[in-house]
Structures are given as C-alpha cells and as structure tokens.
Design a binder for this molecule. Structure first.
Ligand code: NAP
Ligand code: ZN
Ligand code: ZN
Length: 348
C-alpha cells in the first residue's frame, strides 16, 4: 500500500515552499523504507525550486542530502536491516545496464539517472526528495553512514561531500599537491576539508573576507580574497587542481592562468549562464577545463567511509522545516556557515 507522508513543496517555480502531502510507493521486494531524520539544503535545491535550469517538475519536494533510519525492509533486501542508519543522495535509480552504470557511475547513466527529486521513477511517476518524513528506495541506491559520525552534520556528505571528493580522486590528489577551492559555501567547505585530509595544500578563493579565519580552521593553508587584483599575480601558474564551486558567472580566464602546465580547473558549480573562455589561457600551458557531477554509489560509499575514518562532517546550521524559505534567501546571499540542515522532526 502506498503511504501518505508529510512534506514541504514548491507548488510552482519560484513559489515559497509550503506544507504538502505526498504518496510514497508500496514497497517492492528490493526496497527499504527510511524514516528521514535530517536533510541538507543544497544550492541545487534553490536553483531547481526556482526553475533556474528550466524543465522543473512541480509541485517539487526538494532534498537530496538525506539521512535516516531504516524502518522496513522488503523480502529480497540483503544489505540493510531495520534500525540501520542510512543515506540517500542525488539519485534513486538508473538503467543498471549501460557502461557507466556497470562501472558504478550511475550519475552518468546513458539513459539518465532517476534523480531523487525533480525526476521520474522508471514508471514515469514524479520523484519527491528529502524535505519529507519518509522515503522508499531500492537498497542498491542506499548508502551506509559510518557509526561515529553525527547524523545531522553527516547529511551534506551525500551531495556536497561526494561532489567535491570525486574530482579530488579523479585527479589523484595526494600529499603536497596544491589545490584551489573557489567559493567557500556548502561544496567549497567540504572540498577544503577533504583535500586537506588527502594531504594537499589548500588555497581558498573567496569573495567574503570575513571567511578567512574559517578557511584556516577548516584546513586551508592560504586564503585569497578574490576581490583583490594582486592575488591573480601571486598565484599565477601555481595550482595542480582548481575546483570551482561558485553558482554565479565568474571570469574563468583569470583562474585558468593560475594553473600549472597540464593542470585542470574542474567546475562543479552550475551558473545559469554560459561562461566565456578564451583559448589563450588554455593553450599556453596545455591546461584543461573540466566538469564533474556528484559521484556514483561505490565512490559515495568510499567517501563516507573516508569521512568516518577522518572524522569529517559538514559545519551546519540546523533549522526547522518552516525556516526553509529564509534559508534559501540567506544561501543566495552567501550567508550560510556552511550548510543548512533541516531537522525533519519539525515536520511530523
Ligand atoms: P553555496 O553554499 O551557496 O556556495 C557557493 C559559494 O560561492 C558561496 O558561498 C560564495 O562563497 C561563492 N559565491 C556566491 N556568489 C558568488 C559570486 N557572484 N561570485 C563569486 N563567488 C560567489 O552553494 P553550494 O551548495 O556549495 O553549491 C554551489 C554550486 O554547485 C551550485 O551551483 C550548485 O547547483 C552546484 N552543485 C553542483 C553539483 C555537481 O554535481 N556538479 C552538486 C551539487 C551542487 P564566498 O563567500 O567564499 O565567495
Ligand atoms: Zn546537491
Ligand atoms: Zn545506465
């Protein structure tokens, strides 16, 4: 039997989020039902609830940084039992057959991953995210949260954590490598913690001078105020990898000039407008401009285990569900240190 549960939704693009009820599907044999405890608030939630990328499915229940406890397991479930602490990230299914799916790179599924929200199930029904009390998910798309981590602060690992961990691994960051993180928000502060734990020397590029102390506390060696011209001279040709987490249009050309020979600037931030990139900064040192999308199930579990081992979680501000619209406005103003997490108990 499908179950009706409480949620918060945007009725249409740009509408403030309000209480709403959704139906969770009847369990299939491979499904687990999760009672949601916490859900992180990603800048992608704001982009999508305001339909800044277009094509949004409304009413929309955002939320893809989900942590909760297994409440029920289907008859064929092998890996989870009632009471387990689990997570769900940005997708809840994929084709499982294509080459990326076979490599556990479900985020790059050739048929398109089934997003946790603002997406569709295989039968076409809209998916609803973690701003709700319960979710039903196939166990193959569920993650295990290490026992030593606080559950509220672990929630943002499911998107902000994996989105920054994946490029650090893909570009094989190791001790002594010089990594730049552009933008110290939800993704940026996780990038700093993760890169520092991998032994890198981290430099934060930020428009907020007030975040300098935090940058050092989070593990950065250097802080560069991106509003100061001199820093673009100081760090010319310096970095092995740069991760751009900014959701707005910035001049990538001046950042590309900060890369060493054969090094890469990876963009994970998704502004709503295309960037203008000149050929010169790229050809001069055979530099590369790349992108990266979240991470697959296998790598997400690896990231969670890495965070368990190194005691890494997000710096959070816990909010009740009714504060979500205010949180969105503050996030857009870069006024969050460094991730809002919703206490789902406030929705019951
Ligand atoms: P966030 O918490 O709002 O952080 C973004 C940071 O960018 C801000 O804190 C701010 O840092 C900086 N910033 C904001 N406006 C700026 C501007 N006009 N110029 C320069 N810097 C600016 O957002 P988030 O949740 O980390 O997400 C960041 C972006 O990544 C969003 O576009 C989101 O959709 C995208 N995203 C992508 C993936 C993926 O898989 N690729 C996954 C999740 C999210 P300072 O104050 O330090 O300047
Ligand atoms: Zn996200
Ligand atoms: Zn696939």
């Amino acid at each position: 039997m499908p179950t009706v549960v409480n949620a918060y939704a945007a009725a249409q693009a740009k509408a403030p989020l309000k209480p709403f009820q959704i139906e969770r599907r009847a369990m299939n044999p491979n499904d687990v039902t999760i009672n949601i405890l916490y859900c992180g608030v990603c800048h992608s939630d704001v982009h999508q609830a305001r339909d800044e990328w277009g094509g949004g499915i409304f009413p929309m229940v955002p939320g893809h940084e989900i942590v909760g406890k297994v409440n029920q397991v289907g008859s064929a479930v092998k890996h989870y039992k009632v009471g387990d602490v689990v997570g769900v990230g940005c997708f809840v299914d994929s084709c499982r057959e294509c080459s990326p799916c076979q490599q556990s790179l479900q985020q790059y599924c050739e048929k398109g991953m089934n997003q946790t929200y603002n997406g569709r199930e295989k039968n076409g029904a809209p998916t609803y995210g973690g701003y709700s009390t319960q979710i039903v998910v196939d166990e193959n798309y569920v993650l295990r949260i290490p026992e030593n981590l606080p559950l509220d602060a672990a929630a943002p690992l499911l998107c902000a954590g994996i989105t920054t961990y994946s490029p650090l691994r893909q570009w094989k960051i190791k001790t002594g490598d010089k990594v730049a993180v552009i933008g110290l928000g939800g993704l940026g502060h996780m990038a700093v913690k993760l890169a520092a734990a991998m032994g890198a020397e981290v430099t934060v590029f930020s428009t907020s001078a007030s975040k300098k102390e935090d940058a050092h506390r989070l593990g950065a060696t250097n802080f560069a105020n991106s509003k100061e011209e001199e820093i673009f001279k100081k760090y010319a040709g310096y970095f092995d990898l740069m991760i751009n987490t900014v959701a707005a249009d910035i001049d990538l050309n001046r950042y590309l000039e900060l890369l060493k020979l054969d090094s890469t600037l990876v963009t994970v931030g998704v502004p709503d407008k295309p960037a203008a990139v000149h050929a010169f900064p790229l050809i001069r040192k055979r530099r590369r401009l790349a992108g990266s999308l979240i991470g697959g199930i296998k790598e997400t579990q690896e990231m969670l285990d890495f965070c368990g081992k190194h005691n890494i979680v997000s710096d959070i501000e816990l909010i009740s569900m009714d504060k979500i619209n205010e949180a969105y406005d503050r996030m857009v103003k870069s006024d969050v240190r460094y991730r809002f997490v919703i206490d789902i108990a406030s929705l019951k």
